[in-house]
Design a binder for this molecule. Structure first.
Ligand SMILES: Cc1cc2nc3c(=O)[nH]c(=O)nc-3n(C[C@H](O)[C@H](O)[C@H](O)COP(=O)(O)O)c2cc1C
Ligand SMILES: CCCCCCC(=O)C(=O)O
Length: 393
């Protein structure tokens, strides 16, 4: 892991950050739309439908982009920010910048090295990785590829508290520095692209490595997953998700771990206030990339209400729809302390494995750095709301 704080500037051709890469990686486009188009060519129709798709008419996915596009940066001149430092603290770790990789399930559909490639990419950059409950490798295997780089664990809390507890304890044992509980997927959303194609990775035993490697899950099986993978996949479908999950139940996590606990999927001010009063340690404003509630509000539109309700008591982060450095800049300006990167790094992974995911993350940091330089911001803390013209929704 390279944890030396990066210093930026003076510029040569804008993107000082890319010097470490020796320039852009030729096969990995530096803008999202071209990246997405190239990834589509590389991916199977099933992988493409699963990754690119959203819920229903995909209006929440559209709302994510519209919210960022509606708000514009008002560039500031002559503030002087020749040297910039993007280093960002999150839950006791110092990251290379205010970004982290979102937990993404079933990465084996996109590339055979899946989470291991992402682990190596994020470790090389010192960008925190959130390991998914639906990863294609066990968290222990991922941690081995990740070394001592900063990581968090994302928890799906299904019908079994014993499995949730076991996941949390395993995550602590492999050195995760925080637990992100995903609240917005207590059942899977209505996803026409997947439904039309008739492909469910989970029924085929993909994306369930955390479960098949877990003693509490294995205890539910008549035979081991190695002997009877079909039975393990079926058991997973019976275990995943619980639409009855509530505040009282998730509070149990405090008796399992002392790690900071972040709630992923908070979109409302009242839920944000409750997150604070219940003693949680952070909020990730997320609508799951528009994959769950069709017709839902974009995360960037939801952010100000959540930030106001959190009253600076706990950090507020955001994901869903972040596609370029300017989006990151806008999110920080409205009070986010960091942002989650989702589909963009998955597309890089699909195109070129570790190098592809790494290039995408590095481009985003470079573009953020350039945006900061052009607006006179020497650090993420200097990016404030006065730099934005807020659009009306
Ligand atoms: C293919 C795919 C799989 C995902 N799997 C998970 C997951 O396992 N756990 C989770 O909490 N969120 C999951 N998410 C949601 C992401 O963590 C994140 O919230 C979302 O991708 C952000 O939106 P964006 O990709 O449009 O930027 C997944 C998203 C995608 C696109
Ligand atoms: C039935 C398993 C659902 C896993 C969800 C993975 C995910 O978060 C996503 O596809 O989105």
């Amino acid at each position: 892991m390279n944890d030396t704080p990066r210093q930026y500037g003076p510029e040569t051709q804008g993107a000082t950050y890319l010097r470490g890469l020796g320039g852009a990686v030729p096969e990995v486009p530096t803008n999202f739309l071209t990246l997405e188009a190239k990834a589509k060519e590389k991916m199977s129709p099933e992988a493409w439908a699963y990754t690119a798709g959203g819920a229903g008419l995909e209006s929440a996915m559209d709302a994510n982009r519209a919210a960022f596009q509606r708000t514009q940066i008002i560039p500031r001149m002559l503030k002087g920010a020749a040297q910039r430092n993007l280093t960002t603290e999150m839950f006791g770790i110092k990251a290379a910048g205010p970004i982290m990789t979102c937990p993404i399930g079933v990465l084996e559909m996109m590339h055979p090295e899946a989470d291991l490639a992402v682990a190596r990419a994020t470790a090389a950059l010192n960008v925190p990785m959130i390991i998914s409950s639906q990863a294609s490798f066990s968290m222990e295997e991922i941690a081995k590829a990740h070394g001592d780089a900063p990581r968090f664990f994302q928890l799906y809390w299904g019908k079994s508290d014993a499995i949730a507890e076991s996941f949390v304890k395993r995550a602590e044992a492999i050195g995760c520095k925080a637990i992100f509980i995903t609240l917005d997927t207590v059942i899977l959303g209505w996803r026409p692209r997947d439904l039309n194609i008739g492909y469910s990775p989970f029924l085929r035993g993909q994306g369930i490595a955390q479960y098949t490697s877990d003693p509490a899950f294995r205890a539910l099986l008549p035979q081991t997953p190695e002997e009877n993978p079909q039975a393990a996949a079926f058991q997973f479908t019976q275990t995943f998700g619980d639409a009855g999950l509530d505040w009282a139940r998730i509070a149990k996590i405090r008796s399992w771990t002392k790690l900071p606990v972040v709630l992923k999927g908070i979109m409302r001010a009242d839920d944000a206030a409750k997150t604070v009063s219940e003693g949680y340690d952070g909020i990730l404003v997320s609508n799951h990339g528009g994959r769950q509630v069709d017709g839902g509000i974009g995360t960037f539109d939801a952010l100000p209400g959540v930030v106001a309700a959190a009253k600076g008591k706990i950090p507020v982060m955001i994901d869903s729809g972040i596609r370029c450095g300017a989006d990151i800049f806008k999110a920080l300006a409205l009070g986010a302390t960091a942002v989650g990167i989702g589909r963009p790094y998955v597309y890089g992974l699909a195109i070129a494995g570790q190098a592809g995911a790494q290039a995408v993350l590095e481009y985003l940091l470079a573009e953020l750095d350039v945006t900061m330089a052009l607006n006179g911001c020497a650090s993420p803390q200097e990016i404030g709301p006065e730099l934005l013209a807020l659009g009306k929704s």
